[in-house]
Write a protein that binds this ligand. Structure first.
Ligand code: ZN
Length: 409
């Protein structure tokens, strides 16, 4: 009676509980066996062979916890000689994945989709290696099923992310309507994006109406070649990061100078990059205070920040025509600023002015690129221990793309 109840609770097709082996405060150990021992499935080739059972081994698998106790199942596994390669193979159970039940492995995957492998391992009292194996195994299977063919898309953005020192990059393509990474690949530049378009196919590529990117030459030439109907946009997100970088260059130069001059008041003011990136929109009282001090102490950094502010104003203005006039004016001011980083940026924006102004035609939102970029940065910080780029690419799909169980449709 008791075994029947536990068998029902266990709910693994064709398995029954034969015995409660042990029962401790924190764990429950059950001996389970097949109710109807149909011929075993060969783990070598996936087939069912008529060969006699060679021997029987035992395995222990972990299942989902019950009443706060970890549950371990002990079950016999038959071995057979596979006629295809002549090797002795252990039988395969559809309900198991390695040393776990499928439902346990799914639980692991749900956790690794929202947090780090290390934290998931801690939560489940497993070791990192086990979590990595389950996570990677499921990711690889899902990727085969869900990542190809590449879905139809009408607006996309493409961006590169550094994943390791020494300039190792991966390229991510985002479907703006789905707000998800739909494709990624090792490398960057034209060759890498060409691979995307070749995976996508000519027909689907011609349906793309707009592409946002950072304006780098490699991506541009690939987009022009393959997405012939797309409007190319240097999006707000990248423009903002170019402006931040220019301000930061000026800040570093002035910090260096201030330290050389032993001007500690100024050096203190200039030492933090974050502070200067955050100072946009409506600055807080404290930030305004910093700005006022800066205006008094250092003309160049202050002017650099004003230039950045003025540029961001262009996005607030709205209409394409106004934006064009404002952009022209800004480029003039930057080139006349006498600040090398901004002179250079003025030239860059002049060359890419059409791409910048295309934003006012399609209004591709920068929030998506920015959001995904931040998520990937967090992924890297969370340090999953990416042993190789293939795993990193899969983790991006899991956290920002089609392999996320929270957003699966
Ligand atoms: Zn076989």
């Amino acid at each position: 009676m008791q075994k029947k109840t536990i068998t029902k609770l266990l709910n693994l097709p064709n398995f029954e509980v034969r015995e409660v082996l042990e029962h401790h405060e924190k764990s429950l150990h059950l001996y389970v066996d097949l109710i109807d021992p149909v011929r075993p499935v060969c783990s070598g080739c996936g087939g069912v062979h008529q060969a006699p059972v060679h021997s029987i081994g035992w395995i222990r698998v972990e299942d989902l916890p019950l009443f706060g106790k970890r549950v371990f199942l002990y079950l016999p596994k038959r071995k057979i000689r596979c006629p295809k390669d002549g090797k002795i193979r252990v039988e395969d159970f559809a309900v198991l994945r390695d040393r776990f039940t499928n439902r346990f492995a799914e639980q692991v995957y749900r956790l690794t989709s929202i947090t780090t492998n290390t934290e998931a391992a801690w939560f489940l009292s497993l070791d990192d290696e086990t979590v990595y194996r389950i996570d990677r195994g499921i990711l690889e299977e899902l990727a085969k099923k869900m990542l190809s063919p590449v879905p139809v898309l009408t607006q996309m953005s493409v961006d590169e992310v550094a994943w390791k020192k020494w300039h190792k990059y991966v390229t991510n393509v985002v479907d703006i309507d789905r707000r998800k990474v739909i494709w990624n690949h090792n490398g960057r530049g034209k060759g890498t994006l060409d691979t995307f378009f070749s995976d996508l196919g000519e027909e689907k590529a011609s349906q793309i109406g707009a592409v946002a990117c950072d304006g780098a030459r490699g991506y541009l030439s690939s987009i022009k070649q393959h997405a012939k109907n797309a409007l190319i946009v240097l999006d707000h997100f990248h423009v903002k990061s170019y402006l931040n970088d220019a301000v930061d260059t000026v800040r570093k130069e002035e910090l260096h100078q201030a330290r050389k001059d032993k001007d500690s008041a100024l050096a203190d003011l200039l030492h933090c990059r974050k502070k200067f990136i955050l100072m946009q929109g409506t600055p807080s009282k404290r930030q305004r205070n910093v700005l006022e001090q800066l205006a008094e102490l250092n003309d160049r950094v202050y002017r650099a920040m004003l230039l950045k502010e003025q540029f961001l104003e262009i996005y607030r203005a709205g209409a394409h025509k106004t934006a064009r006039a404002n952009l022209r004016e800004w480029i003039g001011a930057a080139m006349a600023s006498n600040i090398p980083a901004f002179v250079e940026l003025g030239q860059k924006f002049f060359r890419k002015r059409h791409l910048i102004l295309n934003f006012f035609r399609t209004r591709i939102t920068a929030a998506i690129s920015e959001g995904i970029n931040n998520k990937i940065k967090r992924l890297k910080r969370m340090a999953y221990g990416y042993r190789d780029v293939a795993y990193f690419l899969l983790k991006i799909h899991q956290h920002c793309g089609l392999l996320n169980p929270r957003f699966s449709t």
